[in-house]
Design a protein around this ligand. Structure first.
Ligand SMILES: *Cc1c(COP(=O)(O)O)cnc(C)c1O
Length: 318
């Protein structure tokens, strides 16, 4: 099974909205959600370079970890199958092992992924020790030789893959520069790191954290990706920590109604766990006068909405 080819460069479209026009702000959407049906959004940008590197290094199998509704895990299953690689997903929550599969895990399994479940303490240990030789030996003993991708897939190749978003944007908006702000939702930070590194001088990147309590931690992760991937620091980016809506996977009613209103006005249904948080933050910042008049803001739509009817993912959805 090989992957259907991606839609690249991803389309760029303008959102005409009088609420933003009143604030002197232009909004554009970089539609990475349309890149691919089963490996969409930033997952295409981040995973394909990793899988190509794994194959080039002679691997036949990739392994990663994530929550029960992880977009990363689901996309990796599809991408690995498309690249002729076996895949293993270690999933947080040992109670899930014998439960009926949710829609996301069912898709990962249908794509051929082998799922293994660990309890929450074991998951934390694994995540923290992922790069240690003893952990690698345990994983190899249990699952066979494999390339290991961290939670969310954010490593240097992934960030370089995400930098292509900025490079594409510079061809679509040839004067990309001082009046531009490029915004994306942040989970583990690889996407924001790449976008910031790829922007031309003057343009800035803004990440909107989708998780609570990550101030400091995410900034260190992103700076670390810059150090490993580019050998330098960048000072053109920041992360907002106020628009997470209560935490990872939480979708408070105001956020859901903001997204429904946006769909009604513009015919685009924003993904709720990440994209809608960033979008709503931009509207709030424009209304509060926090974006200079004349700003051109591009929201990178990092993924498509979950299938409807909304799966019961919204409460603990990572
Ligand atoms: C995975 C994901 C993110 C988070 O990306 P990071 O690179 O981990 O910050 C953002 N938006 C969507 C839709 C995602 O699926």
């Amino acid at each position: 099974m090989s992957l259907p080819s991606p839609t690249l460069p991803s389309p760029l479209s303008r959102v005409a909205d009088e609420r933003l026009a009143d604030a002197g702000v232009e909004l554009w959407l970089k539609r990475d959600d349309l890149i691919h049906a089963t490996v969409p959004g930033n997952k295409w940008r981040k995973l394909i370079p990793n899988l190509d590197a794994a194959r080039a290094a002679g691997h036949t199998r990739v392994l990663t970890l994530g929550g029960a509704y992880s977009n990363h895990v689901r996309a990796l299953a599809a991408a690995a199958a498309g690249r002729g690689l076996e895949s293993v997903g270690i999933i947080r929550g040992d109670e899930l092992a014998d439960a009926p599969r949710n829609w996301s895990l069912a898709r990962a399994e249908a794509a051929g992924m082998r799922l293994a479940f660990v309890d929450r303490a074991g998951y934390r240990r694994l995540r923290a020790s992922l790069h240690e030789p003893a952990t690698r030996r345990e994983l190899t003993d249990r699952f066979g030789p494999c390339a290991v991708l961290p939670e969310g897939g954010s490593n240097a190749p992934a960030a370089h893959g995400a930098a292509a978003v900025a490079a594409e944007l510079a061809t679509q908006l040839p004067d990309l520069g001082h009046r531009d702000l490029v915004c994306c939702a942040v989970g583990t930070g690889g996407t924001l790191a790449g976008i910031a590194a790829g922007l031309p001088p003057g343009a800035r990147a803004l990440g909107v954290a989708a998780l609570r309590g990550a101030a400091g931690y995410l900034e260190r992760e992103i700076a670390g990706l810059h150090a490993v991937g580019w050998g330098r620091a960048f000072d053109n980016w920041s992360v907002d920590h106020t628009a997470h809506g209560g935490g990872y996977g939480r979708v408070p009613p105001e956020l859901a109604s903001f997204a429904a209103d946006f769909t009604e006005r513009h015919g685009i249904r924003p993904e709720l766990r990440y994209v809608a948080k960033a979008l709503r933050h931009l509207y709030a910042a424009a209304a509060a006068g926090e974006l200079p008049r004349g700003s051109r803001v591009t929201l990178v739509v990092t993924g498509p909405p979950d299938p409807e009817p909304a799966p019961a993912a919204a409460v603990d959805g990572s």
